[in-house]
Design a protein around this ligand. Structure first.
Ligand code: NI
Length: 166
């Protein structure tokens, strides 16, 4: 089922998501719907909060073929080091791409869609995506890292789009 993606500056993107207690069929259904919504957009990552669900669930797929879905439930960054700058975009901030500085190497722990814990070392694009999605779970959006002026411009642009869409 396709879910509706909230757009910045929607205040619902500012809420903090709650940890998932048990990975149930309901959570697996959410994961499937989120994956379908992400592929349809199309995008490479989506956090549950972007579809209005306050749970710590993230899906990612960095493959060209859209056949390498990665699921992170209750993701936590255990270690981070180094620095990299990558151009980021976000399904909640359509049409905006800006460079953001983040850790270049992270070690993340999470549960998979069966509820099994795993750890992953990530660098490059995957490291940036994981940090971007975990930010969403804490109510943060990548534009928060940009200058005040850029944030105002983006807000105006998106508010105008939303008025036109009504
Ligand atoms: Ni995003």
């Amino acid at each position: 089922m396709l879910l509706q993606i909230l757009h910045y500056p929607d205040p619902r993107l500012r809420r903090k998501a709650e940890p998932v207690g048990a990975v149930t069929d309901e959570i697996r259904a959410l994961v499937s719907d989120m994956a379908e919504t992400m592929y349809n957009a199309p995008g490479i990552g989506l956090a549950a909060i972007q579809v209005g669900v306050l749970k710590r669930v993230v899906v990612l797929d960095l493959s060209e073929e859209h056949n390498r879905l990665q699921v992170f439930i209750n993701p936590e960054i255990r270690e981070s080091e180094g620095e990299q700058i990558m151009e980021e975009g976000c399904l909640s901030v359509p049409g905006v791409f800006e460079p953001v500085t983040r850790a270049g190497h992270v070690r993340v722990r999470a549960l998979d869609r069966e509820g099994r814990p795993f750890e992953l070392e990530a660098t490059g694009l995957l490291a940036t995506c994981i940090q971007h999605e975990i930010d969403h779970l804490d109510g943060k959006v990548f534009v928060d890292y940009l200058s005040r002026l850029k944030q105002q411009r983006i807000r105006k642009k998106l508010e105008k789009h939303q008025r036109l869409a009504m």
